[in-house]
Design a protein around this ligand. Structure first.
Ligand SMILES: [Zn+2]
Length: 482
C-alpha cells in the first residue's frame, strides 16, 4: 500500500457513510434488498472504529445473475457482486462495525471463469459434498486465490450457479466457507434468488447467506450446534436461532450478532482488514507457491502459501504462516523455514546441509517443525549455521512457538450447517529475543535492511512410501520488512 492510497480510502469511507444511510431504502419491486428492509445498528461502543473488509470476487459463467445482471437490476456482473456484499455488510455486519467494501487498485478486476468441470450439473454448477472438499471446489478455490494473488488483504469470494452432488442432482447447500484459515480466506455462494432451496423463500436470501459465510471466514463458529472447538476462538455456544451464525439451517431471520462474536471477527484475522488498524501488525509478504502442484498421495506435504508477518516492534515477533493443501497424516512430515537473515550468500551455509534438496545459499537460521500422529504431536527446533554444519539450539519457552491450525469447510444449507476439517496451517512465531540471540548481530539488524530471504520446504512420506517434497515459494525470495 502506498501513501497516496489514503486520500482515496478516506473518500471511499465517506461514500460508504452515504450508502449507510441510503442503501437500505425500499428498492424497486423485484430488485434484491436487505432482508426485512432492516439495517441493524452497531452493537459496539461509539469509540470503536469501523473496519473495512474487501471482498475479492470471482464468478462462474452460467450463473443467471452473472450472465444477465439485469435480472438483479444491475448493469454488470461486477455490480451484482459488489452490491450483494455491500448489502450483506450494511444490513448485517454494521453490527460489528465491519464494512464490506470494494476492492481498490489497478489489479482490482473481478475474476470471471468458465466452469472447469462440466461433467455434473449445468455450466456454473459446482460439485460439493458436506463431508469433504471436492476436487472441483478445490480447483476453483485455487483459481480464485491465484487471480487475487497480488492483493493479500480481504477475503476471496466465488459466485456460482448452484451446488450439486456428484451425480448432478441438486445439493441442499447454499454456501460454503473455509473457516479458521489465515492463508486461504474463501467462501462460495450459489445464485440463490434463482435456485432457492426446496424448503422455501427464507432460504433464498443471498445476502444473508453471504453474511453468514463471511462470519465463518472471519473465525466464527455456529452460535448453536457447534461445541466451539472448530472456531479457534474460545467463543462457546449459546442457543439463539436469531443469530446470524445460527447453524440450524439458514433463514432470513437469523441476522443478529453478539459483542463476543464481533470481537472475534474483528481480531482473529486482523490482517484481512484494509486499511490495517495497526500498521505494525501487518503482512510483510505473501509468498505463493506459483503454479500449485498437488502431491496427491499426501496433500499435507503440498504447500500453497507462506505468509510473513512483521510484529517485531509491536509484539516482538516475526510470524510465518504456512498453508498446506491437506490434513496431517499419522506419518511424520517435516516443515522447514530456511532464513537468510542478511540476504547475503557469503554468510551462513548452503541449505542442503540441513534440508536435502534445498537450493538456497547463505542460510543463517533453519526452523524445523516435525509433525506426526495426524497433527496431535509436533516438535520445533531452531538450527543455527556454524562454520561447517547446522547446530540445534536449546530454546527457553516462548522463544519459538508453533501452532497447528485445522481449517474447516463449513457448508450452510437449509437442513443445517456442517463442518469438516479440510486442510491445515502451521503458524510459527519467532521471538525478537531468539532472533537476537541466535543471529550474528554484526550482520543483522532487526529491520532486515538488506532483505530477509526465505523459503519454506516440506518433506514427507506418502502412503505408498514415496518421498514427497514441496517448496513455497519455488525459489528462495527476499522480502523487506519496512
Ligand atoms: Zn454455517
Amino acid at each position: 500500500m502506498t501513501r497516496n492510497t489514503y486520500p482515496f480510502i478516506r473518500f471511499w469511507i465517506c461514500a460508504m457513510a452515504f450508502l449507510l444511510n441510503s442503501n437500505c431504502d425500499t428498492p424497486p419491486p423485484g430488485c434484491p434488498h436487505c432482508s426485512d428492509d432492516l439495517q441493524l445498528p452497531s452493537i459496539l461502543p461509539e469509540e470503536v472504529p469501523f473496519r473495512v473488509l474487501q471482498v475479492k470476487w470471482n464468478a462462474l459463467n452460467g450463473a443467471p445473475s452473472i450472465d444477465d445482471p439485469s435480472l438483479l437490476c444491475e448493469e454488470t456482473f461486477g455490480e451484482v457482486l459488489l452490491n450483494r456484499h455491500l448489502r450483506a455488510g450494511l444490513c448485517n455486519w454494521t453490527q460489528c462495525k465491519i464494512l464490506l467494501g470494494p476492492v481498490i487498485g489497478s489489479t482490482a478486476h473481478f475474476g470471471l471463469f468458465d466452469d472447469p468441470d462440466l461433467s455434473a450439473g449445468a455450466a456454473g454448477d459446482v460439485v460439493v459434498n458436506n463431508t469433504a472438499l471436492t476436487p472441483e471446489l478445490e480447483e476453483l478455490a485455487i483459481l480464485c486465490d491465484n487471480h487475487w494473488n497480488m492483493q493479500p488483504t480481504g477475503v476471496t469470494g466465488l459466485a456460482v450457479r448452484s451446488f450439486v452432488n456428484a451425480d448432478g442432482t441438486d445439493s441442499p447447500i447454499n454456501g460454503i466457507a473455509f473457516a479458521n484459515s489465515g492463508t486461504r480466506p474463501f467462501f462460495a455462494i450459489g445464485d440463490l434468488e434463482f435456485f432457492p432451496n426446496a424448503l422455501g423463500d427464507v432460504h433464498r436470501n443471498t445476502e444473508r447467506v453471504l453474511a453468514h459465510e463471511l462470519g465463518h471466514v472471519l473465525g466464527l463458529c455456529h452460535a448453536n450446534g457447534d461445541n466451539g472447538v472448530a472456531c479457534n476462538s474460545g467463543f462457546l455456544d449459546f442457543n439463539d436461532f436469531g443469530n446470524l451464525m445460527s447453524g440450524a439451517g439458514s433463514s432470513a431471520s437469523s441476522r443478529t450478532l453478539e459483542v463476543e462474536q464481533c470481537d472475534i471477527a474483528r481480531t482473529r484475522y486482523a490482517h484481512l482488514f484494509f486499511p490495517l488498524a495497526d500498521m505494525q501488525n501487518r503482512i510483510v509478504s505473501l509468498l505463493d507457491e506459483r503454479g500449485e502442484r498437488f502431491a496427491a498421495a499426501d496433500k499435507s506435504v503440498d504447500l500453497y502459501k507462506t505468509m510473513v508477518f512483521n510484529r517485531l516492534s509491536e509484539a516482538g515477533e516475526l510470524i510465518f504462516l504456512i498453508g498446506t493443501n491437506g490434513l496431517f497424516t499419522e506419518r511424520k512430515n517435516d516443515y522447514w523455514v530456511l532464513l537468510d537473515l542478511d540476504n547475503n550468500v557469503q554468510t551462513g551455509l548452503h541449505g542442503e546441509r540441513i534440508v536435502p534438496g534445498s537450493d538456497q545459499q547463505g542460510v543463517d537460521l533453519a526452523l524445523q517443525v516435525e509433525v506426526g500422529d495426524s497433527g496431535k504431536r509436533s516438535k520445533s527446533t531452531l538450527y543455527t549455521a556454524g562454520s561447517s554444519a547446522f547446530r540445534p539450539q536449546s530454546l527457553a519457552p516462548g522463544l519459538l512457538t508453533t501452532t497447528l491450525v485445522s481449517s474447516d469447510l463449513y457448508t450452510s444449507s437449509a437442513e443445517g450447517c456442517q463442518r469438516v476439517p479440510v486442510f491445515q496451517e502451521i503458524e510459527i512465531n519467532l521471538s525478537r529475543e531468539a532472533l537476537m540471540r541466535f543471529s550474528d548481530t554484526r550482520q543483522v539488524d532487526l529491520s532486515f535492511a538488506n532483505g530477509l530471504k526465505l523459503q519454506t520446504i516440506s518433506i514427507g512420506t506418502a502412503l505408498n512410501g514415496e518421498k514427497v517434497m514441496d517448496k513455497s515459494p519455488e525459489r528462495p525470495r527476499a522480502i523487506f520488512l519496512q
